[in-house]
Design a protein around this ligand. Structure first.
Ligand SMILES: *[C@@H]1O[C@H](CO)[C@@H](O)[C@H](O)[C@H]1NC(C)=O
Ligand SMILES: *[C@@H]1O[C@H](CO)[C@@H](O)[C@H](O)[C@H]1NC(C)=O
Ligand SMILES: *[C@@H]1O[C@H](CO)[C@@H](O)[C@H](O)[C@H]1NC(C)=O
Ligand SMILES: *[C@@H]1O[C@H](CO)[C@@H](O)[C@H](O)[C@H]1NC(C)=O
Ligand SMILES: *[C@@H]1O[C@H](CO)[C@@H](O)[C@H](O)[C@H]1NC(C)=O
Ligand SMILES: *[C@@H]1O[C@H](CO)[C@@H](O)[C@H](O)[C@H]1NC(C)=O
Ligand SMILES: *[C@@H]1O[C@H](CO)[C@@H](O)[C@H](O)[C@H]1NC(C)=O
Ligand SMILES: *[C@@H]1O[C@H](CO)[C@@H](O)[C@H](O)[C@H]1NC(C)=O
Length: 437
């Protein structure tokens, strides 16, 4: 299996050759100038249609390009699904935006299928066409006429249930500076419509969604546009906009690696210790309590294999950085807590088990540095850990003050475990939390 890394350099050579060709003819014989201009137009039009057919099997392409999604993976996964639902509503091809460090954004270096299973996604949305960002970029680059755009921001409100529409002054400079939007070779200028739409009080809870047919109809009308590319993003939306779906399934290389490890470990107890936002001075006591709890659980269940998923830095990359972007300061107390845990029990992690070493072999060797950064900063191993937590015989979270107590990451694990508990009795609990003694 190989992952191609998006090239950021536009390939303009076909276009340049084309221009050169006509320019030469023009210099040779000015008399034909107007005629040639006509021919060029017809030729380019035919060529653009051919290019469109190649990339979206239609004479005209209409894409929905979510160039950035807020929040980390468990949340952005669901936000991305809401945007696919909009693409379906509009009959637009969904661009599968790049991923890296637990984020979905056009600036990232890994293709969407590094994290997610595109075949499974297509099965869940049989009416939606998908295209990887690198292919979309190639389409935009190959085009003779730049493709036109519309820019949309979706937001919501705490108190105003009304749907509203506002038009903003184009902020191209910001899009170029923050998202390198100029590298897509799109027609993005002051003539581009910048629309800001409030979806009322919808999309405020990660736990809730709804059919929202009136919102669907409203968006279908408001987002009706001939523009070939709809650039879309959202601000402040924290939950599903429509029906709450199961998360986008993860790429089979990750699920395979995870089932390999669960087969080796089973039966096992998995601990999720997210140290971010824990009370610092409690950290050593939290660790001692966890050790006591685990010794007792091992004694009563006979299960001695322990797997730890944590945002504490496990991989060495220059300075040890946390395995979550939002966890920025690692203090002595965190190190002490980890020492207490690690010296008392035999702890398995994705590092100690070498479960992700295969990535080094399958990725393009020139991208080694990128992969090291990815593994040091809470990206793909966060997904891997999630899969190991889901399959564990016992899943143990931290008590209040010892960890970040509530997160959509934990919620996603709990929901998947609920399904497993319902379907078969191979796991023993949904979640238990160790007690602070
Ligand atoms: C390219 O742009 C020109 C000028 O706007 C237009 O006349 C022509 O029809 C366009 N060609 C295509 C293929 O859209
Ligand atoms: C929402 O719309 C209704 C009906 O148009 C209007 O009466 C109300 O004032 C609006 N609410 C807000 C907060 O703007
Ligand atoms: C677009 O409009 C803004 C403000 O009206 C102006 O500052 C900017 O130079 C314009 N950009 C282009 C490319 O015309
Ligand atoms: C998983 O195990 C299978 C069978 O042992 C092996 O062929 C495969 O390479 C392993 N995959 C990973 C990612 O470890
Ligand atoms: C040990 O585990 C058992 C069964 O899970 C529980 O009833 C008991 O309270 C635990 N003891 C301690 C000291 O945590
Ligand atoms: C590592 O941390 C030290 C001290 O905090 C800092 O001075 C240095 O710039 C950091 N190096 C890198 C590569 O981040
Ligand atoms: C735990 O200790 C072992 C050595 O005994 C070390 O190799 C490993 O990196 C430690 N794990 C953590 C999470 O600190
Ligand atoms: C348990 O359920 C999962 C998911 O439904 C399924 O993949 C797995 O094969 C089942 N295991 C057993 C032992 O029934």
């Amino acid at each position: 299996m190989t992952f191609t890394i998006t090239s950021l350099r536009p390939t303009l050579c076909i276009f340049t050759l084309f221009i050169l060709f006509f320019f030469t003819l023009w210099s040779i014989n000015r008399y034909f100038y107007t005629k040639l201009e006509e021919i060029e137009e017809i030729t380019s039009e035919q060529s653009d249609i051919n290019i469109n057919r190649k990339y979206c099997t239609a004479d005209k392409c209409k894409f929905l390009f979510t160039y950035t999604v807020e929040e980390q993976e468990s949340q952005s996964n669901r936000h991305f699904e809401s945007l696919i639902q909009i693409a379906q509503q509009l009959g637009r091809t969904m661009v599968l935006t790049n991923v890296e460090k637990s984020r979905i954004s056009s600036r990232n270096h890994f293709p969407f299928n590094f994290y997610y299973n595109v075949d499974e996604l297509s099965k869940e949305f049989p009416q939606v066409k998908f295209i990887l960002q690198c292919e979309f970029q190639k389409w935009a680059e190959e085009r003779y006429n730049k493709s036109d755009t519309i820019h949309v921001v979706l937001e919501n409100s705490k108190s105003n249930p009304n749907y509203t529409v506002q038009y903003d002054t184009p902020y191209i400079d910001e899009l170029v500076k923050e998202y390198e939007m100029d590298r897509f070779n799109l027609k993005l200028d002051n003539s581009t419509i910048f629309k800001r739409i409030s979806i009322g009080t919808n999309g405020r809870s990660p736990r809730k969604g709804g059919k929202n047919n009136d919102l669907k109809n409203f968006l279908s009308e408001e987002l009706e546009s001939n523009a070939e590319v709809m650039l879309i993003t959202q601000k402040g939306i924290r939950g599903p906009i429509f029906e709450r779906l199961t998360p986008i399934p993860y790429a089979s290389h990750i699920t395979n690696a995870a089932s390999n490890l669960t087969n080796q470990l089973k039966p096992y107890i998995a601990i999720h210790w997210r140290m971010e936002s824990a009370k610092l001075n409690l950290m050593p006591k939290c660790a001692e309590s966890l050790v006591t709890y685990l010794r007792n659980l091992s004694l009563t269940t006979g299960i001695t294999t322990i797997y730890l998923a944590t945002d504490y830095p496990l991989a060495e990359y220059k300075n040890k950085t946390a395995q979550s972007e939002t966890f920025s300061h690692i203090y002595e107390e965190h190190h002490t807590a980890m020492k207490i845990l690690n010296s008392s029990l035999n702890i398995n992690t994705w590092v100690s088990t070498h479960a992700l070493d295969y990535l080094q072999l399958t990725l393009d060797p020139t991208k080694k540095e990128l992969l090291l950064k990815e593994l040091s900063g809470g990206g793909i191993q966060g997904i891997f850990d999630k899969l190991i937590l889901i399959q564990a015989d016992y899943f143990i979270g931290g008590p209040k003050n010892c960890c970040r107590y509530l997160s959509t990451y934990t919620l996603q694990v709990e929901e998947a475990r609920m399904q497993l508990l319902k379907n078969n009795g191979t796991i023993k609990n949904k979640i238990d939390r160790w007690k602070l003694y």
